[in-house]
Design a protein around this ligand. Structure first.
Ligand code: 8YV
Length: 327
């Protein structure tokens, strides 16, 4: 029997790729930089499956150019880079990687929020630059995290994990906005109260954004929303660039509309708006919220589980369009 061919579109842990080699002919892309769209299409010729990350764009044009493609398996939980309806229409199974990165991503979101509130990056730069000449009473004085109001925008798995940290570990009041409120018992377990978005923005001392990026959440936070926030408030975005209007955020940070921001994701990343780079009151990280070694391995293994199942007649554990597998 001929073996199916799969493409692993980014460099991934060798032993995890070996799991694919046991069953398929495997093509790899070993350079750090992602494939361009024409390169991705060329590399996919003849492939039945592809292992991707949150970076590779799977759209109708690519699908039309790669008619043998049967499965698109991403190691990311966010899938705004994949046109799922177009895949479903062509009978292509799509899988993402929910669950395995929840706690690691929540750890990072909390850390970024704390770093932002307590001015960690700014003070470290000051020290490294040799500018620390004497101690001062208000030197890098920021806002408190414990006892403050934690605002969470998007209350899925990661939002709830952040809420648990704030409620259980830091005695924070937890407020959230989500399309649908949580069940009362879940709300009670994490001490969370649902609010409208404007009320959440007014109430939050520290706003953490974890909502998926969709056409409906594009620029959900812009100038008008930032204007509702407290001048002492911080904003942390670990969701996707595009949920926040970065230009409006940079203006708000420069004007003192809010105190500070922690950003792990950016519109147009890896390019970062120069106005953001120039600000002192922003902590910037390169989309690493899920980057612990065990979690990145778990994400990659889940994508491989999905790819193997999708191409061998099994049930992919985390399909986004399971109806395709049943056809
Ligand atoms: C990924 C993420 O590391 O899973 C997601 O949605 O944003 C990150 O955890 C990134 O997308 C690369 O795959």
């Amino acid at each position: 029997m001929t073996r199916a061919t799969v493409l692993v579109a980014r460099p991934v842990f060798c032993d995890i790729v070996d799991r694919l080699r046991e069953r398929f002919d495997v093509r790899t892309h070993d350079a750090d930089a992602p494939l361009s769209q024409p390169e991705l299409i060329a590399a996919l010729q003849g492939c039945a499956g592809v292992f991707i990350t949150g970076t590779e764009k799977i759209d109708a044009v690519l699908l039309g150019a790669c008619p043998q493609l049967e499965a698109v398996c991403s190691m990311a939980v966010g899938y705004n880079n994949i046109d799922v309806p177009a895949c479903t229409a062509r009978g292509v199974v799509v899988t993402n990687a929910p669950g395995v990165l929840t706690e690691t991503t929540a750890d990072f979101g909390f850390a970024l929020m704390m770093a932002t509130a307590r001015r960690l990056a700014e003070s470290e730069r000051f020290l490294r630059e040799g500018r620390w000449k004497h101690w001062g009473v208000d030197m890098f004085a920021g806002g408190d995290v414990h006892g403050a109001t934690l605002g969470i925008l998007g209350m899925g798995r990661i939002g709830q994990a952040i809420a648990r940290r704030g409620h259980g570990g830091f005695d924070m009041k937890v407020a959230y906005h989500n399309r649908s409120p949580l069940a009362p018992d879940v709300e009670a377990s994490i001490g969370a109260t649902w609010m409208s978005l404007p009320d959440l923005l007014r109430a939050a001392d520290h706003l953490v954004i974890v909502t998926p990026y969709t056409p409906q959440t594009h620029h959900l936070i812009g100038a008008g929303q930032l204007a509702l926030m407290k001048p002492t408030a911080t904003l942390t975005n670990i969701a996707r660039g595009g949920v926040v209007d970065d230009a409006a955020l940079a203006s708000a940070l420069a004007a003192g509309t809010i105190a500070a921001a922690g950003l792990d994701v950016f519109e147009g990343e890896p390019t970062v708006l120069p106005e953001l780079l120039a600000l002192r009151n922003v902590v910037l990280t390169p989309h690493i919220a899920s980057a612990s070694v065990p979690t990145r391995r778990a994400m990659a293994n889940l994508a491989v589980d999905n790819l193997i199942a999708a191409l061998t007649g099994g049930t992919p554990p985390t399909a986004l369009n399971p109806e395709v597998c049943k056809r």
